[in-house]
Design a protein around this ligand. Structure first.
Ligand code: SF4
Ligand code: SF4
Length: 339
């Protein structure tokens, strides 16, 4: 789908529905975040390096992201931490005709109506079509529920309800989130009922709340004819079906899996995506042989102690990647994710 067709789809159905239909592609503006959610796939936190993508590269890479025919946004970390740089980026993007469709925020900035109105109006006036507002017990451990509710109310007025991507929880449910995350028993029940992907901070802080299974139950599956085969990541590492692809402030073409597909300053994103999964041997192995094969390689070559139990294939993959990151940082990275 062309850029114009994606824009038209958004005008018809809104940012949220269009994003779900077309899937998303993002500038990962920074790994620094105002908060440190327990479910974060990337291990973002305030302590991460003060590195943010500059306007010149951001504009260039937005053009590459639009070539994928996806809904395009700026994510983090928390992009609003760098509001002045973000404004500069968006002014340049507007001038160059590559304005992203939406920006993602955890709402920590949204402490008063005037500031939220000022920022959202600026975004809308420069051509942004919508906003994504994060909200769940993990975010609300740090961000007051009223910040999210304020941002949602004002966001709906400025962008229209169909262009505010948010979890559709009621006001009362949002106000309950801090009580869930601050009660270990309720948090454990919440995590077991809706397990996040156990990579990054989630592998460290949330996986222990869920009973692990013997590894063979997690990394092998049985087909209809009774054959046992390894679980592979062909769908997650396929150019059409991958949910999200990012270009980060180090020029990495990067996934939600902490894998690097290539460098956007060397090979255009669309060309790298066409080569998937044969962009490097680690991505190819995960797609064709699965995370168990990668764990066995890490054991044979780098002394990885394969756990006997895990909750998900992604958890095994994360602990394997933590070992491999030191040996293959150009394929498994960046360092922030494995800090
Ligand atoms: S999940 Fe989002 S808001 Fe939470 S720490 Fe990670 S980047 Fe920040
Ligand atoms: S096992 Fe690894 S590569 Fe596969 S989906 Fe999970 S994190 Fe991604």
């Amino acid at each position: 789908m062309s850029r114009q067709e994606v824009d038209e789809l958004i005008r018809r159905v809104g940012v949220t529905k269009a994003g779900i239909e077309r899937k998303v592609a993002a500038i990962l503006f920074t790994y620094r975040c105002s908060i440190a959610c327990r479910h974060c796939l990337f291990g973002c936190a305030a302590s991460r390096p003060d590195v943010v993508m500059d306007a010149e590269r951001c504009v260039r890479y937005l053009g590459q992201l639009f070539d994928l025919g996806r809904v395009v946004h700026i994510a983090g970390g928390e992009a609003m931490l760098y509001w002045n740089t973000l404004k500069e980026v968006l002014v340049s993007a507007e001038q160059c005709g590559v304005m992203p469709h939406f920006v993602e925020t955890n709402c920590s900035f949204a402490g008063d109506d005037a500031l939220v109105c000022e920022r959202f109006t600026f975004l809308k006036d420069h051509g942004l079509m919508g906003i994504l507002l994060s909200c769940d017990p993990y975010h609300q451990e740090f961000v007051p529920p009223e910040n999210f509710l304020r941002a949602r109310r004002i966001g709906r007025e400025v962008f229209g309800p169909e262009n505010v991507w948010e979890p559709s929880a009621s006001d009362d449910e949002v106000r309950e989130f801090p009580r869930i995350v601050n009660d270990e028993q309720r948090l454990a029940e919440y995590v077991c009922a809706r397990p996040p992907t156990f990579t990054g901070t989630a592998a460290q802080k949330l996986a222990p709340l869920v009973e692990p299974k013997p590894l063979k139950e997690v990394v092998y599956e049985t087909t209809a004819d009774g054959t046992r085969r390894p679980v592979v990541c062909a769908k997650e590492l396929n150019a059409d079906s991958i949910w999200e692809v990012h270009i980060d402030p180090y020029d990495n073409i990067q996934t939600n899996c902490g894998l690097i597909f290539g460098k956007a300053d060397r090979t255009p994103l669309a060309d790298v995506m066409k080569q998937l999964p044969r962009v490097n041997f680690i991505v190819q192995m995960l797609a064709e042989e699965g995370p168990m094969a990668l764990a066995e390689l890490a054991r044979a070559k780098h002394g990885f102690a394969i756990p006997t139990h895990a909750r998900q294939k992604c958890e095994l993959c994360y602990w394997t990647r933590r070992v491999l990151h030191k040996h293959y940082p150009e394929m498994v990275g960046p360092a922030e994710i494995y800090a």
